[in-house]
Design a protein around this ligand. Structure first.
Ligand SMILES: Cc1cc2nc3c(=O)[nH]c(=O)nc-3n(C[C@H](O)[C@H](O)[C@H](O)COP(=O)(O)OP(=O)(O)OC[C@H]3O[C@@H](n4cnc5c(N)ncnc54)[C@H](O)[C@@H]3O)c2cc1C
Length: 496
């Protein structure tokens, strides 16, 4: 059989492993950490189950497709539920609202902030839907054979309809005047590590996505989805080895032939690298990473995460909560300028609101994410960790959730830790930035330009970051591989 070696067991690696095994390859996956999941990892402590990275699950059809497209029923592996409300937001002036699933109720929430905004939301959502469906069809769910294939004249109407010339904050600003609603419909750019003030208008598909298409939750937390995929891989015959970091991709005469590990070399007919693309270029191939057009790469920001096991209730918080700071624009300016920001916006995830089994009785899992400059910034991270923790806990206390004396266990992941432990270049939690010059054909390709039989999957490759996008990148790289090197059975190999 054709042997495929996958380096890395994040969502990208796992999903590719399942697809290749289903297509008839013999698949081995090697993961450097003690368990698979990558950024979507798990910290288990004192009866609490903390997801480390992704928490907001969008695009259910793509998630389920990762199972269905390999002949499995997703319900056999994971329980997916829609959250209502999708999230709750809090503004510094004490006001707030909930992104309710029921459109009439959501419109009322919007009208309470800005009269008439509810009706204008319908128009905004229509534009969001056009962007969402158009982006998926024309750019996201396809491999580009060449730059010409992406930029050919017949694509021009798509570029115009996808508003690549416009900015997200300007599009939102044309529909909503109140700064609070402008924040509500632009903060979502951070789902892929973009600055709402510079993000192209096409990313208005994100607020459409979370308010209309829905935010989903996997029972058991995000790691339950990782476990479901891991089980799917095992059921399809994938061999998974953890605690086993690759040290180099091996190649001979311009062809990838396997990978070097501390204890041995493993040969394969093709290699798929799921480790963060720029990091892998440097560490596994000894190259200076550059974009397909030869330009220097632009990395996205990072995050400072607190994981808190909390005793007692948290009345009023939902599973997903966004707390806006006093200077929304300034926060993003600082994050992208590599600076520390006083009074940042932050996100609080309390998954135990949706699934109490994630924490001991009478306790909650609290995950706090503060968007932050990446580890390239000249910042005293020890001091910064303490400062951010104090700020968030004091701010939550001022808002009525004083958990300062109720924390029974805690952990922090700061940008340098994202970089070192999770092998993320510059600790960029969402990988390379998603500006117009780094998407589509301009994003690192899933097929290596120099070495045959070497492929990539994951956040920093096409189509981009986020759990559903990474699962799509697995579908796209599988299409490439099956097109380039259809699986050969043992009998065929013996016949040859
Ligand atoms: C804090 C945070 C919050 C996020 N929030 C969301 C969210 O709410 N919703 C959402 O959809 N997305 C979110 N994301 C993004 C999402 O987590 C990622 O896009 C996705 O999980 C990336 O998957 P991946 O397979 O590309 O990479 P990774 O998860 O990075 O997987 C790569 C794997 O390769 C392994 N590896 C690296 N080097 C080697 C080596 N030498 N040998 C063997 N293995 C190696 C790594 O250990 C890792 O397991 C978030 C990310 C972070 C960090």
């Amino acid at each position: 059989m054709t042997r495929a070696l996958i380096i890395g067991g994040g969502f990208g690696g796992l999903s590719t492993a399942a697809r290749l095994a289903h297509a008839g390859y013999e698949v081995e996956l090697h993961e450097k950490l003690p368990r698979v999941g990558g950024r979507a990892n798990l910290i288990e402590r004192d009866g609490f189950r903390f997801d480390t990275g992704p928490s907001i699950l969008l695009m259910r059809d793509i998630i389920e497709g990762a199972f269905r497209e390999v002949g499995a029923d997703p319900d056999d592996y994971v329980t997916i539920e829609r959250l209502d409300p999708a999230y709750r937001v809090f503004y510094p002036d004490g006001s707030g609202l909930e992104a309710k699933v029921d459109r009439a109720e959501f419109r009322e929430e919007l009208d309470a902030i800005e009269p008439g905004a509810g009706e204008r939301f319908d128009d905004f959502a229509r534009i969001g839907e056009t962007l969402y469906r158009g982006a998926r069809k024309h750019f996201v769910e396809r491999n580009f054979a060449s730059l010409g294939a992406m930029l050919r004249p017949s694509q021009l109407p798509q570029f115009v309809s996808l508003r690549v010339h416009d900015r997200m904050h300007r599009l939102v600003g044309r529909h909503f005047r109140d700064p609070r609603l402008r924040q509500l419909f632009t903060f979502n750019a951070m789902y892929i590590g973009m600055n709402p003030y510079t993000a192209p208008a096409i990313y208005a598909l994100l607020p459409y996505n979370d308010t209309v298409e829905g935010v989903y939750f996997t029972r058991g937390g995000m790691y339950a989805l990782v476990e479901g995929l891991e089980r799917l891989c095992l059921d399809l015959g994938v061999r998974i080895v953890t605690d086993h970091p690759a040290r180099a991709v091996l190649h001979r005469d311009g062809v990838a032939v396997g990978a070097r590990f501390d204890d041995r070399d493993i040969e394969a007919d093709l290699v798929v690298v799921n480790a963060d693309w720029p990091w892998a270029q440097r560490e596994l191939l000894g190259r200076t990473p550059r974009s397909p057009s030869g330009r220097a790469l632009r990395h996205g920001p990072s995050a400072l995460n607190l994981y808190l096991g909390v005793r007692g209730g948290l009345e009023g918080l939902r599973a997903h909560n966004v707390v806006f700071g006093g200077d929304y624009e300034g926060h993003f300016r600082d994050v992208f300028a590599g600076k520390v920001h006083d009074g940042p916006a932050y996100y609080v995830h309390v998954p135990s609101m949706a699934d109490p089994s994630l924490a001991p009785d009478g306790h909650h899992v609290v995950y706090v994410l503060v968007p932050h400059a990446n580890s390239d910034a000249d910042i005293d991270w020890d001091a910064e960790r303490d400062r951010v923790r104090r700020y968030v806990l004091d701010d939550l206390a001022a808002k009525g959730w004083d958990i300062r004396d109720r924390i029974v266990c805690e952990e922090v992941i700061d940008p340098p830790r994202w970089a070192e432990e999770f092998s993320l270049d510059r600790g960029a939690t969402f990988g390379l930035s998603h500006g117009v010059s780094q998407v589509g054909w301009f994003r690192p390709h899933n097929r290596d330009p120099q070495l045959q039989r070497l492929y990539y999957v994951g956040s920093s490759t096409h189509p981009g970051a986020g759990v559903p996008m990474v699962m799509l990148s697995a579908r796209l790289v599988t299409e490439r591989i099956t097109g380039d090197h259809p699986p050969v059975t043992v009998a065929e190999r013996l016949d040859a």
